[in-house]
Design a protein. Structure first.
Length: 121
């Protein structure tokens, strides 16, 4: 069993939540807690899934729940680095087409900054 490693950091107006390892029924509560803490101080969150080796439906439920809360409050949740091989649940359920997804955290940061300042000033 792979251990789960989570970290959160502020970058500009966004919180970057980085996940390494497996997101499953055992580790989903840890992801939920980490995202809840990030939401307490940021309205824009980027979930870095580039080092996720497995994602099941319980983790997907956590992500969708936070996505709905954040979007409902006027914020943004973006996913970065989700590799199809390990996170195919996102595509199977159609959520990959509904969630903001980027190849990297840096791309997500640029997109969120552009959305926050559409005039480019």
């Amino acid at each position: 069993m792979d251990a789960l490693w989570l970290s959160a950091e502020s970058r500009g107006d966004s919180a970057i939540v980085t996940v390494r390892g497996d997101l499953d029924i055992v580790t989903s509560p840890q992801l939920d807690e980490c995202l809840t803490q990030a939401q307490d101080s940021h309205s824009s969150i980027i979930l870095d899934l580039s080092a996720v080796d497995f994602l099941d439906t319980s983790a997907l439920a956590v992500i969708v729940g936070h996505w709905k809360q954040i979007e409902g409050a006027g914020g943004k949740l973006a996913l970065a680095g989700a590799r199809y091989r390990y996170t195919k649940t996102l595509w199977i359920t159609g959520l990959a087409e509904r969630l903001a997804m980027f190849d990297s955290v840096d791309e997500a940061l640029v997109a969120q900054a552009s959305a926050a300042d559409p005039a480019g000033s």
